[in-house]
Design a protein around this ligand. Sequence first.
Ligand SMILES: NC(=O)c1ccc[n+]([C@@H]2O[C@H](COP(=O)([O-])OP(=O)(O)OC[C@H]3O[C@@H](n4cnc5c(N)ncnc54)[C@H](OP(=O)(O)O)[C@@H]3O)[C@@H](O)[C@H]2O)c1
Length: 319
Amino acid sequence: MKAVIIEEFGDPAGMRVADRPKPAAGPGRLLVRTEAIGVGGVDAVIRRGTIGLAGEPGMVPGSEVAGVVEAVGAGVDPGWLGRRVWAFTGLTGGYAEYASAGLDDVTAIPDALDSVDAVTLGSAATVAHFALAHAHLAPGESVLVRGASGSIGIAAIQLAAHAGAAAVAGTTSSAERGRRLRRLGATHLLDRAGAGDDAFPDQVDVIVDIIGGQDVPAFVDRLAPNGRYVLVGAVAGFPPADFGRPLLTGFRLSRSIAAFSLDSVPVPERNRVRAQLFERAARGELGSVVHEVLPLAEAAEAHRRMDAGAVFGRIVLEP
Ligand SMILES: NC(=O)c1ccc[n+]([C@@H]2O[C@H](COP(=O)([O-])OP(=O)(O)OC[C@H]3O[C@@H](n4cnc5c(N)ncnc54)[C@H](OP(=O)(O)O)[C@@H]3O)[C@@H](O)[C@H]2O)c1
């Protein structure tokens, strides 16, 4: 089969298409003939080789695919054969014509949802759902999403709007991406520093932060009394060591910070919610947003665009 490998970590130019043996399904696993492959922020982090997540040269990146089950291993119901599924492949193995995944990491895709949309939503919308749940978002509250243009951020904006938030703000560096966020339910647009719309409240009930970095304390300081801050990603790196100081100086306001990872959610619960999100998207309730669909052979180009930072939503590769 054809697969994309990382021959040299660092620049996207170190990626190339190579012939690789088709994986075996293995006990408790399914083999998926891929139709759509999500290019995720974590793939770029691994390829850059900057934070010790990298594997060995020759590894196949990619963790999220959708396609048709071609084979099942021992212990897997043969009823899965021929079904279209979304699958999490781990930190490796996704950028390929065939990918294998454990039974726990597979969700059936409804007929009315295509594979490209499924990989756009599968991880990102599930993370956004549980991040908002972790924040105990209630109808009528205000929400600020840092990094709203990315795949998780877009889903967070849509889900917050659907959940009845009174005001939904997203940060973006681009007027065009901002206009698209408005169509998805953002009521206010802010620049990356959180400024730019005086009509958005100074104090906010829930902040979902996909960016992290040096600006975290300034955003923590914007929490309303009993406000909740959920840190989901670190696109701009880790926060400074004293990022919790505003909570101590504002002690009487009872504000909270949490770091959230989908890994902390029990697998059956994750899968149940992902299946529900797919059903909602299939009914047109949740618009999945794809930035661009490129052939598998253009994986390096997809990564160049990710590095340029101007991506709205998800880039998807097709074998
Ligand atoms: N917690 C979990 O379970 C979980 C699961 C999966 C992934 N993650 C994490 O989520 C992150 C990736 O999320 P994603 O794929 O949705 O994001 P993304 O597409 O990588 O980036 C989101 C947006 O952030 C903005 N941005 C980029 N650099 C910035 C900076 N220095 N300061 C402020 N804004 C910046 C850009 O939009 P604008 O140019 O429009 O501002 C970009 O489109 C990674 O850190 C990953 O590890 C977490």
